[in-house]
Design a protein around this ligand. Structure first.
Ligand code: CP
Ligand code: NVA
Length: 308
């Protein structure tokens, strides 16, 4: 039997595989036409296939883009909230994985600890997609790279600056640096820096990643500015966190330190007036709506790769 293709993390896949997924995403996007909605692409490669999505955290983009992607490819979907499943009453993830594998062709899970995803993968007999954990968000990075490249050409050799919390999305950008060939500067407060193992693994893989507390230096002459919420779904909200992160806000003054042609990116949901001001996220350098749209196209690339 051939090996099951799980979309688990950026660092688990080769640069060539990630590029193949993006090529498929781009081809699917151009086949659909304007904003991905016109039904020009009538091929139905997922006909007869069913995607189950298990959510242990809220979602707008991931849930709806996977649902629409699967339907546009001719497949079907179902959504299960973990709290409403027996998982919520203590049934193991392993048993859940075994059972779901008997019903559906592919599973996407958004959950808490990465170990839950690992347990799902270890016990599923169908492909499993990481729809975000406390540690990473690989589907998001695929859409982000696709978006940058649509606007500015290849991301290889470019400089990306991450501003703010060293969270799950930051760790995914770290994993992407070696695979996609961009240099990454992270400007984060000392208390919220990415884990040293995550940085060490990326550097061992050849990534050019630097970490600083100084946002202004990190933004100087950069090609791409990225930020995310100050309070992720797995964080407790606190005044401390807001105080620590306030100096890392992307606003007109800080955005002006980047190159004139730098783009602003945010995976959303955003909090205007916190990590970014309205002038920037709603301004001419922001590509956030293209990022959100490209989740749909990127999911098609991911689903197609997983299901061969
Ligand atoms: N960016 C993202 O994953 O959004 P959702 O939480 O709405 O899925
Ligand atoms: N860092 C955010 C990303 C949301 C898509 C979170 O985990 O809540």
């Amino acid at each position: 039997m051939s090996e099951i293709r799980h979309f688990v993390d950026i660092e688990a896949l080769s640069g060539d595989t990630l590029r193949d997924i993006l090529d498929e995403a781009k081809a699917r996007k151009s086949a659909r036409g304007e904003r991905g909605k016109a039904a020009v692409d009538d091929s139905r490669p997922m006909e007869g296939r069913l995607l189950a999505m298990v959510f242990d955290k809220p979602s707008t983009r991931t849930r709806i883009s996977f649902d629409v992607a699967m339907r546009q490819l001719g497949g079907q979907t179902l959504v299960a909230n973990a709290a409403d499943m027996q998982l919520g009453r203590g049934e193991s993830v392993a048993d859940t994985a075994r059972v779901l594998s008997r019903y559906v062709d592919i599973i996407m899970i958004r959950t808490h600890a990465p170990e839950i995803l690992d347990e799902m993968i270890a016990n599923a007999t169908v492909p499993v997609i990481n729809g975000l954990t406390d540690a990473t968000h690989p589907c998001q990075l695929m859409a982000d790279v696709m978006t940058y490249e649509e606007h500015r050409g290849t991301i290889a050799g470019k400089t990306v600056t991450w501003a703010g919390d060293g969270n799950n999305v930051a760790d995914t950008w770290i994993q992407g640096a070696a695979r996609f060939g961009y240099a990454l500067r992270l400007a984060t407060p000392e208390e919220l820096r990415p884990a040293t193992e995550v940085l060490a693994r990326a550097r061992d893989a050849g990534a050019d990643v630097t970490v600083t507390g100084d946002l202004e230096t990190a933004l100087n002459d950069t090609d791409c500015v990225v930020t995310d919420t100050w309070v992720s779904m797995h964080d407790g909200d606190s005044t401390d966190r807001h105080n620590l992160l306030a100096p890392y806000q992307i606003n007109e003054r800080t955005m002006a330190l980047a190159r004139d042609d730098a783009v602003f990116m945010h995976c959303l949901p955003a909090h205007r007036g916190e990590e970014v001001t309205a002038e920037v996220i709603d301004g001419p350098r922001s590509v956030v709506w293209d990022q959100a749209e490209n989740r749909l196209h990127a999911q098609k690339g991911i689903l197609s790769w997983c299901l061969g």
